[in-house]
Design a protein around this ligand. Structure first.
Ligand code: PAF
Length: 282
């Protein structure tokens, strides 16, 4: 596996792959890789000729009181996981090169970024779309791979790609969970033992809502309040949002008819955890 540290090394690698007629898959990450990331990498390797994984803890998508400095990092372990899978190139840009002094251009997807995670994390999506578009320009991938745990992020990126006519296939892949249902996340690392127990309630709440819908419940408010009571049963959990919404526009629903998304964001100790699922009521 090649390690590419500078933007010019990345561009030269991409140019060569394009000249050789190879398709490129990009897996953008912030590192501290877990099975969720690795499932994206495996998909890229199985569907593209060349796979690049980027690791960059993007400072522009963290708010002033968020966990940028504490965000877990383990470059050696990440490198060995990627090497074992057969990744072709690891892109490790520096913040100074990505955001040189005087940097002032951002990409902003409107409306759908005001909802859910965008409401409580104002910097998040502007930072995500800006860095992802920069990565797209540097890597020139044919396909890019993202996890459905961040379903709003995935839809925001799809919207950007659509609106800006980028010729890149965006592939979303299912959430990977622990045996007890907790969605894998680099931030699970912040959880102590008791908090880890509490964290299971997110998946439990989603399952309960799915079950209610299967039994015929259509009131979104009933689903929200049932989920809230499951989460708040755990003293240490603090709800940011519990949403039953349209899966593309993220507007809250009154009644579940057809497709809907159920999504949660909950603070447990130092970790802000998110989870979601799609439901369909015919
Ligand atoms: O999902 C993430 O890890 C990040 O938001 C991403 C897409 C790598 C952009 O920094």
């Amino acid at each position: 596996m090649k390690t590419l540290k500078t933007l010019s090394e990345m561009k030269a690698w991409s140019r060569e792959a394009h000249q050789d007629g190879k398709t490129i898959g990009l897996v953008p990450t912030m590192g501290y890789l877990h099975e969720g990331h690795l499932s994206l990498v495996r998909k890229s390797i199985s569907t593209c000729d060349r796979t690049v994984v980027s690791i960059f803890v993007n400072p522009r998508q963290f708010g002033p009181n968020e966990d940028l400095d504490a965000y877990p990092r383990d470059e050696e372990s990440d490198r060995s996981k990627l090497d074992q899978l057969g990744v072709d190139a690891l892109f490790l840009p520096t913040a100074d090169e990505m955001y040189p002094e005087g940097f002032q251009t951002y990409v902003h997807v409107e409306e759908i970024t005001d909802k859910l995670c965008g409401k409580s994390r104002r910097e998040l999506f502007r930072g995500v779309t800006t860095i992802v578009l920069k990565l797209f320009h540097l890597v020139q991938p044919h396909s890019a791979f993202f996890g459905e745990k961040d379903r709003q992020q995935l839809e925001v990126i799809r919207k950007m790609v659509d609106d800006l006519n980028l010729d890149i296939e965006i592939v979303g892949l299912p959430i990977i969970r622990e045996l007890d249902g907790l969605a894998l996340s680099s931030r699970n690392q912040y959880l102590g033992e008791a908090e880890r127990e509490t964290a299971k309630s997110l998946h439990e709440a989603l399952q309960q809502a799915q079950q209610l819908v299967a039994q015929g419940e259509s009131s979104a408010e009933t689903l929200r309040s049932r989920m809230r009571s499951i989460i708040e049963r755990e003293g240490q959990a603090q709800v940011d949002y519990i949403s039953v919404c349209d899966p593309k526009r993220f507007e809250e629903l009154e009644e579940v008819r057809g497709k809907a998304m159920i999504a949660l964001a909950v603070h447990v100790g130092k970790a802000r955890l998110i989870d979601n699922c799609l439901i369909e009521r015919i």
